[in-house]
Design a protein. Structure first.
Length: 584
């Protein structure tokens, strides 16, 4: 989660508090606090964004003792209590103040007050470029002079080693770094000392190491390799190794110290890009022909190997240049469960993911269910039965650097998109070069159960009656087994125009081992405006009224109906004196 998307919001009056709490719709993970100088001191180093809903003078007097420099200070935004003006007061570029102010202004319909000169002229300053592309800035003191040059001549001469970098049109590339106002490179060279150096994170480092190798030895090996080959440690994007090392605490400590991402690959994945060598030590020990160099190749998505395998003590190191999207921000794919359909049932985290996303991908019906939340965002709609295409689009867009939400009805891990996304990513291997999160949603079985009472308090089985991906023969076996085991049975996808007889047959199978008076709960469009609820019996299920929006819950041998509620006892002792509620 981006830190700028969870600012701390301070207020001083009740009116300011109301406005602050209203911003939680845009920043659900923000914290709203009453202004105290001690709290501001505590939060100063822990966040990228502080928002003050009050007069600017109060803010200035509060923060004056904490201000250090624009490279370390958080973005400071001031909003008046009427919500009319939103001022980016401090650290507009590296601290994210300008972006935060724009986002708040858009939410409130306020005037964004941005005073940084380059922004007013429609120019992207070098520190803003670095923040956008995730680049480390070296020789930061020179940024001020370069900003003056940009303001004066409306362009910058840039020496850039990467032709695919997303540079603005007012950045003019030159061939000689001595003629440049700004240098962007992953290599260490003889550059002028009075200009900033931007280090794009474009290097993938493959590492192999023996058991019990300490973090210090790993770090020293990488440092020696980089120094000898004139590479900048600030340009490391990812370190990668064998999957069996995934829990190695020393390797994880190395990633934290370097501030980089980690990747792991199986022996089979490594062997696809390594030269076959069954006699190698690595193959004898872990089943891989090599570790460090193949890891670097996979982590760089097949990029150029800059440093082939080097052995230093217990460590082997290789370095590759990431093939595509050098300097881009890392993409993120959120597989979001949106619940049964009512916005009130959408989870806090799901709402946050949708707010943070650049692109929403989904089936049209589901997109409509969250329309108010995603209004104004880019969307891609694919029809029913095009799930593979939908997932591939989402993965591709995330791979390009976007923050993508792939929405799934109910819970994405129950007949949803989560499994398919993971299958596709596992098949493609290097496509795991994105951040992936699976965000649970309220599943249909939970939503329907809540409408019926408590029908699945004991063991249950969820079975889909759709035979598009599972043979009907297998579905019948599962129905029979669950019924004979006296499990509560939840029926998904019970009946469609093309499968009009499946539900009738399913009920017949269940009826072979269930009493015909067994309670059955039927819920259509749970939690939505067209919701319909019926509690009936196994022998009286109105099959013709059931459709794909409907979920059925068939009780077990102990399920009963009381006061319009369907109840399956868990087994607690409820006789008099043991769990009895005395009334009167």
């Amino acid at each position: 989660m981006d830190l700028e998307n969870r600012p701390v919001i301070f207020y001083v009056t009740e009116k300011g508090k109301v406005l602050a709490e209203g911003l939680l719709k845009v920043f659900p993970f923000a914290r709203v606090l009453r202004l105290e100088k001690g709290l501001v001191a505590r939060e100063w180093k822990n966040t990228h964004g502080l928002v003050f809903i009050m007069a600017t003078g109060i803010v200035v007097r509060t923060i004056k003792d904490f201000i250090s420099n624009k490279y370390e200070d958080p973005g400071i935004v001031v909003v008046d209590e009427e919500g009319r003006n939103c001022i980016s007061l401090l650290s507009g570029h590296l601290g994210g103040g300008n972006g935060l102010a724009r986002k708040i202004s858009e939410a409130l319909g306020a005037q964004a007050v941005i005073t940084t000169a380059t922004d007013l002229m429609g120019l992207e300053a070098p520190d803003a470029l670095a923040a956008r592309l995730g680049m480390e800035v070296e020789n930061k003191e020179a940024l001020k002079d370069v900003a003056k040059i940009l303001l004066k001549q409306r362009f910058l001469r840039v020496y850039c080693a990467h032709k695919t970098l997303d540079l603005p049109s007012h950045y003019l590339c030159v061939q000689d770094p001595k003629e440049a106002d700004l240098v962007i490179d992953y290599r260490i060279g003889e550059y002028p000392k009075d200009i900033p150096l931007l280090r794009p994170r474009v290097l993938a480092v493959g590492v192999g190491f023996n058991k019990d190798t300490k973090m210090e030895e790993l770090r020293e090996a990488i440092s020696q390799v980089f120094k000898k080959n004139h590479l900048s440690l600030n340009s490391i994007h990812v370190i990668a190794t064998l999957e069996k090392k995934a829990k190695d605490p020393e390797f994880l400590s190395l990633a934290r110290v370097l501030g980089v991402q980690v990747r792991y690959f199986t022996a089979d994945q490594l062997n696809k890009v390594a030269e076959p060598d069954p006699k190698s030590t690595a193959f004898q020990k872990v089943g891989a022909y090599g570790v460090c160099e193949p890891s670097a190749i996979l982590a760089s998505r097949g990029g150029e190997v800059l440093v082939p395998k080097v052995r230093l003590g217990n460590v082997t190191v290789a370095v590759a240049l990431i093939k595509e999207g050098e300097g881009r921000k890392r993409g993120r794919l959120s597989v979001v469960g949106i619940g049964p359909g009512d916005r009130e049932e959408l989870t806090f985290r799901a709402r946050q993911a949708l707010y943070e996303s650049d692109l929403i991908v989904g089936y049209g019906t589901y997109l409509k269910q969250v329309q108010e939340i995603i209004n104004g965002k880019e969307t891609i709609n694919t029809p029913m039965t095009r799930e593979v295409e939908r997932c591939l689009i989402a993965i591709k867009e995330a791979f390009s650097g976007k923050r993508v939400s792939l929405i799934s009805g109910g819970d994405p891990g129950i007949y949803g998109m989560a499994g398919l996304v993971l299958e596709l990513m596992a098949k493609e291997g290097p496509l795991d070069e994105i951040d992936l999160e699976i965000i649970p949603g309220v599943p249909a079985l939970s939503a329907c159960a809540s409408r019926l009472g408590a029908p699945i308090m004991h063991d249950f089985a969820a079975i889909s009656l759709s035979d598009r991906l599972t043979s009907w023969e297998k579905i019948e076996k599962r129905l029979k087994a669950a019924s004979e085991a006296d499990m509560v049975i939840v029926l998904y996808n019970p009946r469609s125009k093309g499968r009009s007889e499946h539900l009738k047959r399913a009920l017949q199978i269940i009826g072979e081992s269930r009493d015909p008076d067994t309670p059955v709960g039927i819920v259509k469009a749970a939690t939505r405006q067209n919701e319909k609820i019926l509690i009936t019996t196994l022998k009286k299920v109105p099959v013709e009224e059931v459709d794909m929006e409907t979920t059925l819950i068939v009780g077990n041998s102990t399920t009963f109906v009381w006061n319009g509620k369907m109840i399956t006892p868990r087994g607690y002792k409820t006789q008099h004196g043991k769990g009895c509620i005395a009334l009167g």
